[in-house]
Design a protein around this ligand. Structure first.
Ligand SMILES: *Cc1c(COP(=O)(O)O)cnc(C)c1O
Length: 397
């Protein structure tokens, strides 16, 4: 874990790969194990939405399960069904549904669903009747985030409807849950207020006889910094991938987390250019001396943020360089300096594990004025995923 360097991601490029997002499944397993420890008795739901934050849904889900994540969580029913089709049979929650979706397919596949309003409750109940099985539901209360979840004023009516459906045998209320607005600021006053509203909500559910046995609220930040928010189950996402949620939460290294993804690319071309030569569209960068220039075959179509032009770091031949000028759709240019002995085919690391001297995801997030989550999640489908560790599954695409 901390101080553990992990294998060189460059070695995971397949012979024909121009680039790859190399994912170390051992890091996913180690991070999950550490989160289990930090959850101190609460169960762990590893969040694998958005293609496991860009890391690849099926291999990461299986690595997290293997390391003791009793639950998996995704946003969409389609994501849950992909897991079922891949053979996952464990407890699984999908929380973001939209009218018109095939809820019966989710019920038939034993996928737990979140419900936040009475209309949604009756839609799930009808889908369960159609599927011929009780729907397992988690009632979501909006304790202050102001995103999804039942407003507090509507909660008693939602609980009453859920009680009616449960008595009718179409739903089984498994859990009550919510989500924090300021989990990355552990001292923020809204946290105490949200926890109090949450306690009140599940007590009301108890009083009307629902007896949900799972209460859950903690994302990665709350799992790592707020033991009082753990309840029965924690829902870490970003930390599973070895990335700190940021804000006031300590960095990954001091938390003992290891970044799972490295983004590597083979240089398409290396060439010498004279001083005062513009590089890339708009010539926002000009060479200051006779120098060597490298071309990386990755651009904003692959998920490199265009906002990181002139700022995103790259490790080439042991030296830390910076993207020169604009990020193009398919490529970026790097001024590697006159002395660099780099050639086409050499492998560069855009981000990986700072413990190996590579730039981190956070460096790219800073360069693009965004958060680490967006950097890994937006690495596009054109970039193959290659896996290290685990059962070394193939590219799931
Ligand atoms: C994405 C998400 C999580 C995980 O959040 P992290 O900050 O990545 O740990 C947990 N719960 C819900 C409802 C989410 O949408």
């Amino acid at each position: 874990m901390s101080g553990h360097r992990g294998p060189d991601p460059r070695a995971a490029l397949a012979p024909g790969d121009r680039a790859a997002a190399v994912v170390d499944l051992t890091a996913i397993a180690d991070n999950t194990a550490l989160l289990r420890q930090r959850a101190a008795g609460a169960e762990v739901m590893a969040i694998v939405k958005a293609d496991a934050y860009g890391h690849g849904l099926v291999p990461c889900a299986s690595a997290a399960r293997g390391a003791g994540a009793g639950w998996l969580g995704v946003a969409l029913i389609s994501e849950a069904l992909t897991l079922r089709a891949a053979g996952d049979t464990g407890p699984l929650l999908a929380w973001l549904t939209t009218p018109g979706e095939d809820l019966a397919a989710a019920v038939a596949a034993d996928v737990d669903l979140s419900v936040a309003d009475v209309a949604g409750l009756w839609a799930v109940s009808a889908a369960a009747a159609q599927a011929g099985a009780a729907a397992r539901i988690h009632l979501k209360i909006d304790t202050g985030l102001g995103r999804n979840g039942s407003p507090r004023a509507d909660w008693p009516a939602l609980c009453a409807a859920a009680g009616q459906a449960q008595a009718g045998g179409t739903v089984e209320v498994i859990g009550v849950w919510t989500h924090l607005a300021f989990a990355d600021s552990p001292g923020h006053p809204t946290i105490r207020a949200q926890i109090a509203a949450f306690d009140e909500a599940w007590q009301l559910a108890e009083r009307v006889g629902l007896h949900p046995h799972l209460r859950h609220l903690a994302n990665s930040a709350a799992t790592l910094t707020l033991p009082a928010a753990h309840y029965d189950l924690v829902r870490p996402g970003i930390a599973v991938y070895g990335i700190s949620p940021g804000g006031e939460v300590p960095d990954a290294r001091s938390l003992g987390l290891r970044p799972a993804m490295a983004l590597v690319a083979r240089l398409s071309l290396a060439k010498d250019l004279p001083a005062d030569h513009g590089l890339s569209y708009g010539h926002e960068y000009r060479t200051t001396m006779d120098t060597r220039v490298a071309l990386l075959p990755l651009g904003y179509a692959d998920g490199l943020p265009r906002h990181a032009g002139g700022a995103g770091p790259v490790l080439i031949d042991g030296r830390r360089c910076t993207i020169a000028g604009r990020v193009c759709m398919d490529q970026v240019v790097v001024d590697v300096g006159p002395a660099a002995a780099v050639g086409a085919g050499d492998v560069a690391v855009l981000f990986g594990d700072p413990e190996r001297g590579e730039p981190g995801v956070s460096d790219w997030a800073r360069a693009a004025a965004t958060i680490d989550y967006e950097i890994v999640t937006r690495i596009g489908p054109r970039v193959p995923r290659r896996y290290l560790g685990g059962d070394a599954p193939g590219d799931p695409r």
